[in-house]
Design a protein around this ligand. Structure first.
Ligand SMILES: Cc1cc2nc3c(=O)[nH]c(=O)nc-3n(C[C@H](O)[C@H](O)[C@H](O)COP(=O)(O)O)c2cc1C
Length: 334
């Protein structure tokens, strides 16, 4: 792999546990060639001792792709960085934003914002272990600490350790008393803090994340930051990637939903032969018709067929009928 090749992080899809697995990423790639993709967070111990093929393998079509890792043991993190490079990942990203109790107990995720020196050591050890970029995704603060100087100092330590790209989720993490879900909504978004970090550090690549849904918002953030990362709104409405391709990357031609499903079913055909369950692929398409005529029918069809335990590939073939009907309905209404 050419480790010097510049990664385009203008738009990226956020790492999301139980969402951005390899099947979802393949699906997203069918709609966007230009966005950067991230895996779900993988704990260092799972990456090192787990079933590597199952946990870390991916299709070449998913690239450019970053592996997101959770951990705070510098030897383990270095080992995972090397594994990521050897497997062909384009970037390794450390999770400094997850506030869940379990993650805190294992001393990784957002609680590490309290320990800038330890994080710097971890990053340095990863940087020394591989040639791919080592990046960090962090909240802008924790509990009562939401101060520019604290965040800026934290970023400087990581910069001095060898990282140049930072994804800033523009809200702090509350480490006690809120569930992970509440931690994605209750702490207030503070985009200005992220803009200020970029202003103060023009040579660093600063990616903004949190609550961004519309192309106009993306364009506005791009006036102040180097890139925008989007999570939930793309998962809920994956076809919005088509608008992002058109408006942000100026891509001329785009596949219809039907063409997307057709290609996904070709992938599913190959995957099912390798033992993948069809629902593990199709579950990510629930939002494909978001906001469209036929959306309800699509969801109903998926839940009746794809989520069933005995789902098999033959049922996937029938999806095409539903897709075609939906496309016809959309055309008739547009
Ligand atoms: C279901 C779910 C799972 C998530 N899992 C991860 C994860 O594995 N690693 C991570 O850094 N952030 C994770 N996040 C946080 C997102 O990456 C992102 O920072 C957050 O959702 C804010 O962006 P959004 O408002 O565009 O969704 C997760 C969020 C959701 C909703």
């Amino acid at each position: 792999m050419d480790s010097k090749k510049k990664i385009n992080r203008k738009i990226s899809v956020a790492p999301m546990m139980d969402c951005t697995d390899r099947h979802d990423r393949f699906f997203l790639r069918l709609m966007s060639k230009n966005v950067m993709l991230y895996t779900e967070m993988v704990a260092t111990k799972s990456a090192i001792h787990g079933d590597r093929k199952k946990i870390l393998s991916f299709s070449p079509e998913e690239k450019p792709l970053a592996l997101q890792v959770g951990g705070s043991n510098k030897e383990e993190l270095a080992e995972v960085a090397k594994i990521a490079e050897d497997m062909g990942y384009d970037e390794i990203n450390i999770n400094l934003g997850c506030p869940s109790k379990k993650v805190q107990k294992n001393k990784f995720g957002a609680c590490l914002i309290k320990e800038p020196d330890l994080v710097a050591e971890c990053i340095n050890s990863m940087v020394n272990a591989c040639k791919i970029p080592v990046t960090a995704k962090t909240r802008i603060g924790f509990d009562d600490t939401e101060e520019f100087d604290y965040l800026n100092n934290f970023i400087h330590k990581m910069r001095d350790a060898g990282s140049k790209t930072f994804i800033l989720h523009a809200r702090k993490a509350i480490l006690t008393g809120l569930s992970p879900k509440q931690n994605l909504n209750i702490p207030k978004l503070n985009y200005k803090m992220v803009y200020d970090v970029k202003k103060e550090n023009p040579n660093l690549e600063i990616i903004i994340n949190g609550g961004i849904t519309k192309v106009e918002e993306i364009n506005n953030h791009l006036n102040f930051c180097d890139g925008v990362m989007i999570g939930r709104s793309i998962y809920q409405n994956p076809y919005s990637l088509i608008e992002i391709e058109k408006e942000i990357f100026k891509t001329k031609s785009s596949p219809t939903r039907e063409q997307v499903v057709e290609k996904l079913l070709e992938y599913a055909d190959r995957e099912v032969k390798l033992g993948t369950k069809i629902n593990h692929i199709m579950r990510h398409t629930v939002g494909l018709y978001h906001g469209q005529v036929g959306s309800k029918e699509w969801k109903r069809y998926l839940s009746d067929n794809m989520m069933a335990r005995d789902s098999d590939f033959q049922k996937a073939k029938h999806i095409m009928t539903i897709v075609q009907n939906n496309e016809k309905a959309i055309q008739a209404n547009s």
